[in-house]
Design a protein around this ligand. Structure first.
Ligand code: SIN
Ligand code: CO
Length: 377
């Protein structure tokens, strides 16, 4: 992607300008970000996804009893009637299940893939919404069908109402209001107060970006480092044949303290390990993601990553679906290209080393990539 080229998607800004001026800083409203946009799934297809055990969905109903929220899956009969106003069905991770949704996300590849989370589709009947709230992630809200009125505010008062099952702001003081039509898009940085209300039946796509919090990420990575260190250190027990008799049995022996310290240092001995576990963590497939195993052809023509595959790299390794591979300079260049573009052409594969070809064949058999060209956007 040429990051200096102005894009209709960003209201005539280039990705470079957008990232500098708006990303994590201020909202951007783009009229006709995707001109003549047509919803990628109709209502029936979305409801069918919400009925699937492997799809994460929630139902939010606002009525005389206040706010109610339930988690899916939902059979069609478990959803309220279409004539009932003020309900919303939220279907998460649609890009994992629908090629066209995955393709739509590719337009946002000017943001590192490590930040990209998923495409959520919300369906609402008239007046439906999830109340005034803020999110902790960046989001592009693309209107897919019908109209939705967004009201937004920069407010710093982010206190939440008590006793409601959703995160609803106690005091929402809207500053700006926009009605979005199909193809219009609103970018909101994290913690920007907003409320979207359906004006008639509507569908909105949320392109969300994950931002791990420091504590959570630290815990996750330490856990992974500990697992790897535990495997590497083996189960050698503490030995103290030279331990003299003690008259203060409550004191922890200094030797045992040293033994513990060495065990912890061993876990952190490899200075690249934190980056390795980060890459493995970031590319870990989401829960309920299954790949369809395939049989690799004798000769691969060109390859394209499966829509569910997450692939990234750093200076030392290539990461794919939770696994890491150290890669030598020449092989790394080709595999990085696969991670960036999600495909390799016939010319690339002709130059590929036997190591790369055998990796690709393994990944093919795991269902992580397929033969063929990427779909045109
Ligand atoms: C929605 O699409 O109904 C909710 C999206 C959001 O406010 O983040
Ligand atoms: Co929101």
């Amino acid at each position: 992607m040429n990051i200096t080229q102005p894009l209709a998607l960003l209201g005539g800004l280039s990705p470079k300008q957008f990232m500098r001026r708006h990303w994590q800083k201020k909202p951007l409203l783009v009229r006709q970000a995707i001109p003549d946009f047509k919803a990628l799934l109709d209502r029936a297809a979305l409801f069918a996804l919400a009925a699937d055990d492997d799809v994460e969905s929630r139902l939010v109903v606002h009525g005389p009893k206040g706010w109610q929220i339930r988690s899916g899956p939902f059979t069609r009969r478990a959803l309220p009637p279409l004539k009932q106003p003020e309900w919303t069905l939220l279907v998460q991770g649609v890009d994992l299940h629908v090629d066209a949704a995955h393709d739509l996300l590719q337009q946002f590849r000017f943001v590192p893939e490590a930040r990209l989370d998923d495409l959520m589709i919300s369906y609402a009947t008239d007046g439906g919404g999830v109340g005034p709230h803020f999110d902790s992630y960046d989001v592009f809200l693309l209107q897919a069908q019908g109209r939705r009125r967004w009201r937004i505010a920069r407010q710093s008062d982010l206190a939440l109402q008590h006793g409601v099952p959703l995160k609803i702001l106690s005091r929402f003081v809207p500053e700006q209001e926009f009605v979005l039509e199909p193809g219009d898009m609103l970018y909101l940085p994290p913690r920007y107060a907003h409320e979207g209300v359906a004006l008639g039946e509507c569908m909105t796509y949320s392109i969300g970006f994950r931002a791990p919090n420091r504590g959570e990420l630290g815990r996750e990575l330490l856990q992974r480092l500990a697992d790897a260190a535990g495997d590497a250190a083996g189960s050698a027990p503490y030995r103290d044949a030279a331990q003299p008799a003690v008259d203060s049995p409550g004191r922890i022996p200094a030797r045992l303290q040293e033994f513990a310290q060495h065990a912890v240092q061993a876990a952190l001995k490899d200075s690249r390990a934190p980056c390795r576990v980060l890459g493995e963590y970031l590319t870990e497939p989401k829960a309920h993601v299954w790949f369809d195993a395939g049989r690799a052809p004798r000769r691969l023509g060109r390859v394209v990553l499966d829509r569910r595959t997450r692939m990234m790299f750093d200076a030392d390794s290539i990461f794919i679906n939770g696994e890491s591979y150290p890669a030598g300079a020449r092989d790394a260049a080709m595999l990085r290209q696969l991670a960036d573009r999600r495909c390799l052409g016939a010319d690339d594969l002709e130059r590929a080393s036997p190591d790369v070809l055998s990796l690709l064949a393994c990944w093919y058999e795991a269902g992580w990539l397929h033969e063929g060209a990427p779909r045109a956007l």
